[in-house]
Design a protein around this ligand. Structure first.
Ligand SMILES: Nc1ncnc2c1ncn2[C@@H]1O[C@H](COP(=O)(O)OP(=O)(O)OP(=O)(O)O)[C@@H](O)[C@H]1O
Ligand SMILES: [Mg+2]
Length: 355
């Protein structure tokens, strides 16, 4: 039973802090993702947990065991890399056996475990192949099987799906989530792909410039972003800048007055009248209607551009001095480029953050 706790962890390269984690706790059996743009410190943090990099400051706990000075091979953590890192001259069985042989497990046990993990990743019967005789997705599954064979307390993934093509990557997210859910092994998962983090994780840690910005369930990271950075990084949104006009702190909602005179409602917290604020309007907050179907509270706008993506249609809509982006399931069109439309905003899906 092993949760992970990072306390006051700092790693510097020169004077710059590559990672600065004040506190992060990953529950026993929990799947947590580190999500953020390139260079924000995800790999650095993961490697500190693995023991491949030593932190300059702070404590790392596996359960109630302080592991600061425990070498990687004695942390009982297994890591899966983006490039699979399979030994090319060894068969699948030999690849999986490697970690078990290093640990001097009996042959019969090794064979049994290889069969079990190959079954788990749904690749029984590939044991005698070389990695090059497998597809990229299959190789990645073997890398996962190899990690699982040693029965680690902690699983660490660094962008494990990034080398796969888009379709397979999307499929593998769901497969990996199912597998991890069934294993109940504490997992730290690094990705810069927000959709992947949403599918795979119980909780997401959003990072920027080495620090944690928000830790929440995927649902809350999307629906209750802590800042414009989070709203921008997770999902898409249009950002309208202004000031808080009125605010009901208890209800966590209010209105933002925008520079062009528009006043729009949204949800948020920690704000008060007069504060600089940004209204983050998610695509699904916006409905477009022909002008003759306009209702109370709707705004007059016009269609700027229509992008037909097949199953969905993207609209760029002018509203006051702003361009909003929305998306509809392909169907009857409210209007084409240049047409006037009624813009209806759902304040439950507009999020107000500090400006
Ligand atoms: N060995 C090193 N020497 C100097 N600087 C480093 C070293 N390793 C990482 N850094 C710097 O530390 C910061 C964090 O790097 P890290 O690899 O953790 O980012 P990341 O979030 O994993 O990014 P990516 O998504 O591109 O993999 C970056 O600014 C990087 O340039
Ligand atoms: Mg990285």
């Amino acid at each position: 039973m092993t949760g992970i706790r990072l306390e006051g962890i700092v790693k510097r390269y020169g004077t710059a802090a590559a990672a600065r984690i004040d506190r992060l706790e990953i529950g026993d059996g929990e799947i947590v993702s580190l999500l953020g743009p390139s260079g924000c410190g995800k790999t650095t943090t993961l490697r500190i947990v693995a023991g491949l990099i030593e932190q300059d400051e702070g404590d790392l706990w596996f359960g109630d065991r302080l592991v600061n000075d425990v070498p990687p091979e004695r942390r009982n953590a297994a890591m899966v890399f983006q490039n699979y890192a399979l030994f090319p001259h060894m068969t699948v069985r030999q690849n999986i056996a490697f970690g078990l042989e290093v640990r001097r497990r009996p042959r019969a046990e090794i064979d049994r475990k290889i069969d079990a993990v190959l079954e788990l990743v749904k690749l029984p019967g590939t044991g005698d192949r070389l990695p090059k005789q497998l597809s990229g997705g299959q190789q990645q599954r073997i890398a996962i099987a190899r990690a699982l064979a040693t029965e680690p307390d902690v699983l660490l993934f660094d962008e494990p799906l990034s080398n796969l093509d888009a379709k397979l990557r999307e499929y593998m997210r769901f497969e990996l989530r199912k597998l991890l859910e069934s294993l109940k092994i504490t997992t730290l998962y690094v990705t810069h792909d927000q959709a992947e983090a949403m599918v795979v994780s119980d909780r997401i840690v959003v990072m920027d410039k080495g620090a944690i910005i928000q830790v929440d369930t995927p649902h809350r990271v999307y629906r209750d972003p802590a800042s414009r950075f989070v709203a921008e990084f997770v999902g898409t949104a249009s950002f309208l800048e202004g000031r808080i006009e009125s605010w009901d702190a208890a209800a966590g909602r209010g209105t933002v007055s925008l520079a062009d005179g528009l006043s729009l409602a949204g949800r948020g917290h920690g704000l008060k009248p007069g504060d600089a604020a940004v209204l983050c309007v998610r695509p699904e907050a916006i409905s477009l209607l022909p002008p003759d179907q306009s209702g109370p509270g709707d705004h007059a706008g016009s269609v700027d551009a229509v992008v037909d993506l097949g199953e969905v249609i993207d609209y760029h809509v002018r509203l006051g001095g702003w361009t909003l982006r929305t998306r509809t399931i392909a169907g009857p069109r409210p209007g084409g480029p240049g047409d006037r439309v009624a813009v209806r905003l759902d304040p439950e899906r507009c999020y107000v953050v500090a400006g």
